[in-house]
Design a protein around this ligand. Structure first.
Ligand code: ADP
Length: 509
């Protein structure tokens, strides 16, 4: 449930990345369009300025005469080397066309077209452009003059005379125009972020790159409207649009991925803690029930036998002795349970005080056996103690260690499953002094072996031993071993018995 917003957010982010990509693409397409419009405008301005100059020359020639006009038109051509040829003609008499050019005839001849042919073969186009011109459509519309070598020569009709049949035009080589006149303008327009290149569409060769070298593939490409055989392309100066978009997309996806991982980890952590908390409160409730049961059983037994004795209902001395022994046993059990709870409380509150002194584990175990063996023997248990006679003295709290060993023996008894054999072994290796408490009882599964040292934890067996316990014993054992800088380990298999090993460090200062 909690992860739904994260999933929705991720899907939304991924789809918005696509949208962003489109927006970025559009931004650069618009940028290219803006540049192209400015290029057209600039071309128009340049051609217009030529128109004005030629018009002035024509008006002047009416007074100064044709020689002066010839000289001035040659000067104009020298000053504007982009203009190859200026053409004056009558649309009805193309044969009388006059050409003014800085080029000599041999070059035009080399182009393999006669001057009249240029006009004749483009007669219809020229007519159309001129009539539009006369209708005051002030657009510059170039006429592409067909050429055998497939290069194009542009013909711009100029405002020239009132006679509707007369016309004037200029012939330019678009390459020279683009390289000579448009290049600085394109450079200014493309600014420092972009590179704009102009390519000849026929040969696919670049004739101009605005900012040094271009990088990557063409992202946006469009024909120049006044020079339709040439295309302009836009690039980012350092990186291509595609690399920028994909870099951004990758970065965003990575961020989303990490956010999702953190989110899912947090959810997982939350659920895990919640489950633990629920389990723990269940275990705590069981603990309260177990403790009350543990206290009530010996108390009611003591009460029952004491009452029988007080009312003098027991006649035989033997029976009386048996009842006294039951009362003694049950009150011992009671005090052990209370002791356990008290020790647990002290450990939890960090109030347990240890009294470390050099002691011998064999002696501690022997005194426990002295106290217990009779009672265990009466209950049908066989008890074995295999001691290592060379056990060194180690620094321990005797009372606390005795409590641990009694706890382990108690468990061996409780979970014996009618295999009433208990063995205690003492031994040592280089680092540790070892005490093993071994039984042949119910055993513990691998899964449960990890949990039995947790506070209040009890394994749910269906044997009658289930009811006897608080789930505190092994928690206390582990805490006391920790205080001794020692370890407790368990080896066990279900149905075969368990071996609890206490490891006390030899050099515990
Ligand atoms: P309890 O008071 O229930 O005995 P412990 O902390 O001493 O609490 O033990 C925790 C659980 O570990 C017990 O409920 C029992 O199921 C299991 N256990 C402990 N010792 C043994 C053993 N020797 N054999 C089998 N199971 C054991």
């Amino acid at each position: 449930m909690v992860s739904i917003p994260a999933i929705i957010f991720s899907i939304d982010e991924i789809s918005s990345l696509n949208a962003t990509e489109k927006v970025i693409d559009k931004v650069y397409r618009d940028q290219l369009n803006t540049i192209l419009i400015s290029v057209d405008q600039y071309t128009y301005d340049v051609v217009n300025s030529w128109t004005r100059k030629i018009n002035l020359l024509v008006v002047d020639s009416k007074q100064s005469g044709s020689t002066e006009f010839n000289k001035k038109i040659k000067d104009f051509l020298r000053l504007n080397p982009t203009v190859q040829t200026v053409v004056f003609s009558d649309i009805n008499h193309p044969d009388e066309t006059e050409f003014y050019s800085v080029m000599d005839d041999s070059i035009l001849a080399h182009l393999n077209i006669s001057r009249q042919d240029i006009i004749r073969s483009n007669y219809r186009n020229i007519r159309e452009v001129i009539s539009q011109h006369q209708d005051s459509i002030r657009r510059i519309k170039p006429v592409l003059l067909d050429r055998e070598d497939k290069e194009e020569i542009f013909f711009f009709p100029l405002d020239f005379t009132d006679d509707t049949n007369d016309f004037c035009g200029i012939i330019i080589d678009p390459r020279t125009f683009i390289k000579g006149i448009l290049a600085p303008e394109i450079k200014t327009l493309s600014q420092s972020e972009f590179t704009v290149s102009i390519t000849d569409k026929n040969t696919n060769k670049e004739i101009l790159v605005s900012n040094g070298k271009k990088i990557g593939k063409i992202q946006q490409k469009k024909a120049l409207s006044l020079f339709p055989n040439f295309a302009a392309a836009i690039f980012l100066k350092d990186r291509t649009i595609a690399s920028l978009v994909s870099e951004r997309a990758k970065r965003n996806l990575l961020t989303i991925f990490f956010i999702d991982i953190i989110l899912f980890a947090a959810i997982w952590f939350l659920l895990k803690n919640l489950r633990k908390e629920i389990e723990f409160s269940k275990i705590r409730a069981e603990f309260v029930a177990n403790v009350s049961h543990e206290l009530r059983t010996p108390l009611s037994l003591i009460n029952m036998f004491a009452e029988t004795l007080v009312l003098n209902r027991v006649t035989s001395e033997e029976k009386k002795k048996e009842y006294y022994s039951i009362i003694q046993h049950e009150s011992n059990r009671l005090s052990r349970i209370v002791g356990k709870i008290l020790t647990f409380y002290k450990i939890q509150e960090d109030k347990k005080i240890y009294n470390f002194k050099p002691s011998n584990l064999n002696s501690i175990i022997e005194s426990i056996i002295d106290n217990y063996s009779q009672h265990l023997g009466n209950s049908g248990f066989s008890f074995q103690f295999e001691k290592n006679k060379n056990m060194p003295n180690i620094n321990i709290d005797e009372e606390a260690v005795a409590e641990i060993i009694i706890n382990l023996i108690d468990n061996a008894v409780k979970y014996c499953n009618d295999h009433k054999e208990i063995k205690i072994i003492t031994d040592q290796n280089k680092e540790y002094v070892l005490v093993k408490v071994i039984d042949s009882g119910v055993g513990i599964s691998i899964e449960d072996q990890k949990k039995i040292f947790d506070k209040f934890y009890r394994i749910q067996n269906d044997s009658e031993s289930d009811s006897k316990g608080t789930g505190l014993g092994l928690t206390i054992v582990k805490s006391i071993m920790d205080a001794h800088k020692g370890r407790i380990e368990v080896e066990s298999s279900k149905g075969k018995g368990s071996c609890f090993t206490l490891k006390f460090p030899i050099n515990n200062k």
